[in-house]
Every structure is written in C-alpha cells, then in structure tokens.
Design a protein around this ligand. Structure first.
Ligand code: PEP
Ligand code: MN
Length: 266
C-alpha cells in the first residue's frame, strides 16, 4: 500500500534552500553564550539552514543532564534574531509543544523515544493542529516502519503538511560499532509507503562517535536522502550530553566539504 499524503516538499517552506537540508546545533543548550556562539559559527557556513538545540532532554536513565528547560526557548529566540536561522527543539508532550509554539520556534521534532508512543504523538498532534509548524519525526527506537509511518499520519491528520522524517538508527540487537544501527531497508520501505515524504539522516545518533559521521552521512546521500541533522557544539569536549559525537562548526564544514552529494533521488 502506498499513501499519497499531502506533504510539502522542503522547498515549499524553505524556499531559499539550494542544497540538501542541513540542520545543526548542540545536542543540549547549556547557556545563552554556548547557544549563541555555536549558532554564530554555524551561520557563517551558508550550508546550514536550521539551528537545533535540545532544551528538554529525554535521558534513558535518570541522573544525567535533563536539559535547561523553558529558559532555553528564550536562547533560541535570541539565536533566531541574531543569526536569522530558523530554530527548532525536541518536544515530548503537550506542554513542551505549547511552549515551543508560543516561543515562535520554526521547527519541532519528535524524538525516537516519543515516536514509539502513539499516545505521545497524538498529544503533540492535537497541539500543533491548525499551525504551520514544521514537524520532524525521528524513527522510533525499534525498527517498526508502521509505527514511524503512523506518527507521520497522526501529525498529517492534524493538518500539518510540513513534515520531515529523520533516520537516527535503531537500538542495536547485536554488537555494532555504532551507538544505534542504521537500517537503510526501513528507510526505503518508508519511502515506498509515503513517496512524497522528505527523509533526512541523523548520523550523530547513529554513530555515537565523531569518527563514523562521514561514512554514515555519505551513505545517506548515496541512498538519496534529502539532508542531515548533525550535532555541533562550540567545544564538544565540554558538552553536557553526547560529547563524543558532536563536531565543532569548523569540523562540520570540513565534513561537508568531503561529502559527495547526489541529487538524482532528491
Ligand atoms: C537528540 O536529538 O538530541 C536526541 C535525544 O535524539 P534521539 O531522539 O534520536 O535519541
Ligand atoms: Mn543528542
């Protein structure tokens, strides 16, 4: 079964895009200075189109840094004002979604742990209903294409047409060098089911380590994926979450220089 949902191509809501969609910024926002300095460095690289910054962090176990919370939305407003970049964060319940929309964020994304819960996705869908938000939907932690597709449908049924799916890998069921294993067959299957859905790749959460970002990003482009979400930080060694996988904005630029981007399937 193939579903032709009313989903806009990326160019519809980001008209100046002339490259793959590149979303970048810190795993977690930590301070206004860290958010803004990272953003200013990224904005110098005209290939970055959207700034990301996590403010509510879904940590697998309690006790790790759980994000700065609502104050981070103000920092994202500052980033937007100072750099002109559209800004986005992860939302995981109705309250986050309301606050993020009220703060004027351009992009909201649903994380892998949330996509796995239809109740959570529906709760978010009910809040974004009738808005022109861009909603990005990461794959669920488990390789269930129907669950991923169902989340896209729930958001689309709320009238949202600006939707992007993100492949961030699945919880490994066997030993792998990566933090989460990529399953390109699932991506192909999602594209077959929803042919007009833009799909990008999050090599950061697949890799878990900087050294693997290049091979995963290149594979994503070879598969015809339409962009990347890559975590970056002004000083990854001090990052309060996901330190091993983040890049400095300068290293992100070098990675982009190396990648061969194919447009034929985009
Ligand atoms: C993130 O983007 O920082 C994040 C927590 O991602 P995921 O939902 O892919 O684990
Ligand atoms: Mn992260």
């Amino acid at each position: 079964m193939t579903l032709k949902l009313e989903i806009n191509p990326i160019k519809e809501w980001l008209p100046h895009i002339d490259n793959p969609l590149l979303v970048s910024g810190p795993c977690s926002l930590e301070s206004e200075e860290q958010a803004l300095e990272t953003a200013k460095l990224l904005a110098q690289d005209k290939r970055v189109f959207i700034y990301r910054g996590g403010v509510w962090k879904p940590r697998t176990r309690p006790g790790s840094f759980e994000g700065v919370g609502s104050i981070g939305l103000k920092w994202l407003q500052t980033v937007k004002k100072e750099t002109g970049l559209p800004v986005g964060t992860e939302v995981a319940n109705a309250q986050h979604t309301e606050e993020a929309l009220n703060a004027g964020l351009d992009v909201l994304w649903i994380g892998a742990r949330s996509t796995a819960s239809p109740f959570v996705v529906q709760e978010i869908a009910d809040v974004v209903k009738g808005t022109d938000a861009v909603i990005m939907i990461k794959n669920p932690v488990n390789p269930d294409v129907q669950l991923w597709m169902g989340a896209v449908e729930r958001i689309n049924q709320a009238g949202i047409k600006n939707i992007v799916a993100i492949h961030r890998g699945f919880t490994p069921f066997r030993e792998t060098k990566y933090r989460n294993y990529p399953n390109w067959k699932t991506v192909i299957e999602l594209k077959r089911l929803l042919p007009n859905l833009p799909i990008i790749c999050d090599p950061s959460h697949i890799a878990g380590k900087r050294e693997y970002l290049y091979e995963i990003s290149q594979k994503a482009f070879d598969m015809g994926m339409e962009g990347l979400m890559i975590e970056s930080h002004r000083d990854p060694s001090c990052a309060m979450s996901d330190a091993a996988q983040q890049l400095t904005p300068a290293d992100l630029g070098k990675l982009l220089d190396k990648l061969v981007i194919r447009h034929e399937n985009a």
